[in-house]
Design a binder for this molecule. Structure first.
Ligand code: AMP
Ligand code: MG
Length: 340
């Protein structure tokens, strides 16, 4: 599909991302497709390939991402549901290589993030009503029930993997990869495109994105970061080569009760939604890490986010608090342009 620069900008603006592909061949020869996946619109732009190559790469990418969305969906029937049913009944379950890798990476991320990233609290996330396609209304969850789950300290460290078999020592563990699987999946998507010889690509999943291609001396992708509290962008940056930019925000999904907002990111220490931080943005090569880290930094809060970022090996991050105050690492400040 041919595309003018104006079409390209208009399309990307709607998703909170402005990606300006400077190379002539990208503008003249872009190929683009969109799918609704991971709870958001996934918009893919390829450059530097001819139409046949692009169509074939997009069709493989589509198959890959649709499969991952089905497999790792946090609440629809699928692999996660089977794993969680096995955990609840103290049974072991066979898992594939990706799942084994995800579980062990999540164990490391949980430790490195000081427990702020905890994909084992799915039971608490479900109690708050975030396992559904529409927002839950009415009464807030039973605090005693949440306290009983918390008392068992559900964590990825309760999981044990051996010979492709997953067992949990805690029946209150329920895995929810909603804070991480999108990053893992689009990382796989980027690898697939690179293996197929695609020179330039942008996979934008509702403002969380990975890029492929562009050396620093070429024109980069220009990426805007959405303001968590009002329409428009809070900042923008130029992205080169293979990078990932992920933002977690308490504006994305929340429920409301008696005029109070309860956002979907849960502090594993309290079992309740995080209110202090409005959004966190992480830039890293590894999209799975960027995704998990953005969620973790929201939980870590104003006092601890820098420590948690450092422990996770993230040197480029920005955090916006509920009052709209912006804080960022020095490496992020070097490349981020704040909007006035
Ligand atoms: P994200 O948009 O990447 O920040 O992911 C948010 C989703 O991650 C939520 O909708 C939950 O499914 C899940 N989640 C909530 N709190 C946490 C947490 N503390 N650690 C890991 N995952 C979480
Ligand atoms: Mg995340």
């Amino acid at each position: 599909m041919g595309m003018t620069r104006r079409d390209f900008l208009n399309a990307c603006l709607g998703l909170g991302v402005i990606a300006v592909a400077g190379q002539q061949k990208v503008r003249a020869n872009s190929h683009r497709e969109q799918w609704y996946l991971f709870g958001t619109l996934v918009d893919v732009t390829l450059g530097g390939v001819d139409s046949d190559e692009a169509a074939s790469a997009l069709s493989s990418l589509s198959a890959e991402l649709h499969q991952r969305n089905r497999d790792w969906h946090p609440w629809r029937p699928g692999i996660m549901g089977d794993i969680n049913a096995a955990i609840a009944s103290s049974e072991g379950i066979a898992v594939d290589g990706h799942m084994a890798h995800m579980v062990s990476q999540c164990q490391q991320l949980h430790l490195a993030s000081d427990g702020t990233f905890n994909p084992a609290i799915g039971k608490i996330v479900a109690q708050w009503g975030f396992h559904g396609d529409s927002s839950k209304r009415g009464q807030l969850p039973d605090r005693d029930l949440i306290a009983r789950i918390l008392a068992t300290a559900p964590s990825p460290q309760d999981l044990h993997l051996g010979d492709g078999n997953l067992v949990s020592h805690n029946t209150e563990v329920q895995l929810d990869f909603g804070g991480y699987a999108k990053g893992y999946a689009i990382d796989l998507g980027r690898q697939l495109l690179a293996q197929r010889g695609v020179a330039l690509a942008l996979i934008n999943a509702g403002g969380d994105l990975v890029t492929l291609g562009h050396a620093p001396d070429e024109h980069p992708w220009r990426v805007a970061i959405r303001h968590p509290q009002r329409n428009g962008q809070i900042a923008w940056l130029e992205v080169y080569g293979s990078e990932a930019v992920f933002t977690s925000g308490n504006y994305e999904r929340y429920r409301e009760h008696n005029g109070i907002r309860y956002p979907h990111i849960i502090d594993p220490r309290t079992g309740g939604p995080v209110q202090e931080i409005a959004s966190a943005t992480v830039v890293h090569r590894d999209a799975a890490l960027a995704d998990a880290a953005a969620t973790a930094l929201v939980v870590a809060g104003s006092k601890h986010w820098q420590d948690v970022a450092e422990r996770l090996g993230v040197d480029q991050a920005m955090v916006v608090d509920a009052q709209g105050r912006i804080d960022q690492t020095s490496a992020m400040a070097e490349r981020l342009r704040l909007s006035s």
